[in-house]
Each structure stands twice: as structure tokens, then as C-alpha cells.
Design a protein around this ligand. Sequence first.
Ligand code: NDP
Length: 590
Amino acid sequence: MADKQQKPQDIFNFDYTKDGRERPPQDYYEQIKEKFASERDLRLGYRPPGTDNYTSDLTGDLAKYAVDPYGHEVEDRDSLNDQVEVLFIGGGFSALLTSARLREKGVESIRIVERGADVGGTWYWNRYPGVACDVVAYDYLPLLDETGYVPTRHYAGGQEIYEYCKMIAERFNLYDLAVFGTTVTSTMWDAEAELWTVETDQGDTIKARFVVCANGTLSKPRLAKIDGVENFGGYSFHTSRWDYEYTGAQLENLKDKRVGIIGTGASAVQAIPELGKAAKELYVFQRTPSSIDVRDDWETDPEWAATLEPGWQAARRARAIEGPEVPDAVRARRQAMSREEKVRRQENANIDAMMRIHNRIDEVVEDPATAESLKPWYMLMCKRPCFHNEYLPTFNRPNVTLVDTEGQGITQINESGPEFDGVQYEVDVLIYATGFEVQQTGIYNQIIGEGGLDLNAKYSNGIRTLLGIHSQGYPNLFIMGGYQAFFAFNLTDVLNSQGEHIAECIDFVRQNGIHSLDCTHEAEEQWVQEVINHRGKTNRNRDCTPGYYNFEGADNRRQDGNYNGTMKQYLGHMSEIRENMAEHFVFTHR
Ligand code: NDP
């Protein structure tokens, strides 16, 4: 058991260099790739590439989908007109992690400004039934060495993670200056005072020397653009605004309700099994199926937990970043292969993994037509892979119907519910599991830097950052979890490294009598080129079925995405930059 718990998560654990058991002929793989391509084209045929088939402008008729159902927890307060040293926009893991590092360096004046009624970010908002994290909890939950906490399960549930966020905030005294139920509306550089002026929807005007955009990668809920959304006569909400007053804490109010859920991404995959158990009838409106693999979950072994010495998580993280040891023989085999051969083998192994996922569907789902509809026809990792043991069996329940829109999606909603292919689906409640807008910085607020330049306007010609964290002309501003940074399946690995980097930068400024730091144009340009050099090496984005991983199938500028070097390379660049601060930044002194 202990061995099992030590093992890092590896969703891509196939050795493509080995022929192993006899493989089908290459023709078999080519045919599947053709099917992948035709399914992608089908989906792109129904919706023009890009994010236009979604809206995250949740105002007017749609404003109710953004309302915080847990917001009644926020106390009324007077508007603030004061100054802090470090201000965080957002109170999720980005802010918690970085604040902890800043506290270790003696920074006292830290304020979190958060829309929700508490810290937690994603884990504050996403409270839908079944919510949990598919990244191993011993890796995902940050600061376990510092807090001494050991997650109760291999995969932690949402409630546990949310409680843990609050524990971090308590442990590092982050509640003292925090304000909740507050949205930052503008962040403006005051060149004379060399401070940021942050304004909020609660009438606050806060001066801050440092601002950290910790507003989350996927924090703004979006709805699919569907004709007639506003005409629906029943009750409706987004998964990230789950209304337990309506459903009942245990979903008991749904026992006489016809429920519809639109979308089958990672959120829906977790909510659907619970809805299937609770609702009188459940209709699942699917556009593209998710890949559903086995979820190997268990309770943490207390004997193993008792053996953990402080530093265990840091050591584990270091091992994960280093990657699995590659035996010499495998390394030699890889080196001997041409690039084409490597790509072919990787693709074949990926297809094998997807066909294993298909086989599991055939084994579990009783109705052959439903089983066929649930099969994902794309390479693993084109979409966020999902892990669940109850999702597929849910479709064997007599009260659950899969409405396969075969790539088209729901396009019409009437007073009584969605209509598809001439069939009217009458539902009492409609749940939008349609995801989130991907962070471009300034997603909720304007960020105006030197010379009055709005960061979004600067980005309109292509994102420009150093490490995805600094952007020239925005002194003492740091961005977390955005584009041009490394992207990992375990997001907190990235946030952890960014938090450490930001705390080091702030500490450097404080220790060296510097007032502000801004990256140079040259340093930024070098990073943009580094990002470009690592992107576009494969056809992945073009070949994949649309989703937010590939900008919904749109052709993007090569600089407008994640840094595709390795995590180790990303960390190497960070260290190099910190060792030579004066080469990469300009400083002011006051
Ligand atoms: P996603 O963006 O992944 O899913 C949105 C869903 O809505 C897709 O299935 C999409 O279909 C569907 N959709 C959009 N428009 C329509 C329409 N008109 N008709 C029918 N379906 C439609 O959002 P999620 O909230 O599910 O997940 C977001 C991310 O959050 C995940 O990728 C993951 O990173 C994270 N997450 C992680 C979890 C975990 O650890 N297990 C759990 C939950 C979320 P299509 O695929 O065709 O675009």
C-alpha cells in the first residue's frame, strides 16, 4: 500500500519505444486517425472555429448565471481607502501559495480581494455534487509540508480541498486584511506615486505597491450561445453556481424533477452520476464525449501518513519534475529513432489507450447505441481526460437518457426545455455544464500600465510576457496561471513555482532598496521567442477536436498559448532570470 501512495500520477505512462505484444498493422492505426479527423471536421462543421459559440458576458438576462449562491455569507462593510504592500486579485490557490511564501520572507501587509465570500477560488465556486480533483491529492494540495496536513484520500473531494484552503488562510493570517464579495474593477499604475490604484465594485480605492493577478485560469463561467436560453420557463443554473436551495443539500428535491444537463466535460462527468441517482429523469445533452478512464481512489493509509517527515511533499514534487527514470536501453532506442518514427509510435500508443477506453465503454454500457455515442474519437489529451467509475454505469439507469447531438450541440431552447432533431425535451431544471472562459489577464478588470496602456490592448497584438508572469510596462505586477507559462496536469505545480518566483522577486526588491521592478523589452522579447520556438512543433492543435485546450479549433498566434518546453526548462529559465535580475529588469528607487 505504501508503495502505491508514493507513486506519482502518470497519465501518459506508455513506453512508445517498445513493440511489446504484437500490435495491429499500421493500417489499423491509420484508419482510426482518419476517423478522428472526420469527427473533428464534423464538429468544426457545426461551429465555426473559436470561442464565439460561447458567451461569458453574463449580464442582462444572463446575469442570474453569475450570481454567487453562497454570497449571503459576506458581511456588509464600509468602503476602503487605504494602502497595502501586496494585493492579490483573487483568493484561490495562487494567492494562498504566494502569500505563504511572502509570509516566510517577512511580508506583513497582504490583502486578498476576492469575489467569493471566502478564499478557495475554484474550490469555493465549484460545489456541484460529486466535485473532486483528479490530480493525486498528495501532489495537488499545496503546502502540505508547511501545514502538516495529510489528505484523507488519494483523490481529495471538493469539500476537503475548500476546507484546506481556509486552513491555509488561517495558518498564514490571510483573513486579517482580506475583503470578500468584492470584484476588482480596475488596476491602474500611478506613475507619480509608483503604486497601483485598485478600484472595486464595493467603492474601494486601494493603493498597493505590488499587485498579483491571481484570478484563476478558468474562473469566469461561460454559457453556450443557444437560441432561446432566456425563454426557458423552468429553473436553470451553471455548475459553478450550484443552487442547493433548489436541489436540496442531498439533491432530495430532484426526486420528482426532470433534469437536463448541457455539456459532458470534466464537471458534468462528476455531477451526472449524482444527478442520475437523485432525479426522476435525467437528460444528458452531449456534443462531444469525454474520455473516461478508471479512477483508482482509496483512503489514505494512516500508517503511511505516520511515516511522513516534513519535506516529504517537496521531495515528491522534485521527483515529479525530474520525471521517471529512463533506463539506458530505452534512451538508446529513442535516440536511434527518427522523429517520424517517434511520432508514429507515440500516436499508436495513444490510440491503444483510447481503444482501451472504448472497450471499457462496451463492457459497462448495456445499450449498444448509447455505448457507441459515448465513445470519444480523438487522441488522448485533446480534451481534459476524465476518471470516473460511476459515470458510464449511470447510462444503464432507466431514468437516464443520453441525447447525443453528434457534434452539433443543443442549438434551441424553448419554454419547456431543449429541442434537438425535432424532439422537445421537457425539463423542470436545466444545468449548464458549459465550462469557463480561459484566462487572458484582465478577465474581470482593466489593467492600465505605464502610459495608460490597457494590458488587453497590449495583448491584442499578441501576448507579451516574461515567463507568463511579468509584462513590460506593468511594474510590480505579477500574473499567475496565464498563457506563456508552463501548463501541467497538476496546476498547483505551476502555481507553486510561480508563487516562489514572485515571492523571491518581491523579496529582492525589498532587500535591495529598490522600489519597483519592470522587465525589459529585450527580456520580454526573448521570452516571446522562446514560447514561439516551442510551439507549433506538432499538428496537435490542428488535428484535435475543438475544445478549450486548442482554442476551440481556431488558428492562434504561436505566442498566444502555453509555454511548451518542459517544466524543468521553465524552472531553469526562472532560476537563471533570478540569478541575473539586473539583466532582465529595470529598477526604480525612491
Ligand atoms: P468544459 O469546457 O470542459 O466543458 C464544456 C462542455 O460543454 C463540453 O462538453 C462542451 O462540448 C459542452 N457544450 C458546449 N456547448 C454545448 C451545446 N450547445 N450543446 C451541448 N454541449 C455543449 O468545462 P468543465 O466545467 O466541464 O471543465 C472545465 C475544466 O475544469 C476541466 O477541463 C478541468 O481542467 C477542470 N475540472 C477538473 C476536474 C477534475 O479534476 N476532475 C473536474 C471539473 C473540472 P464540446 O466538448 O463539444 O465542446
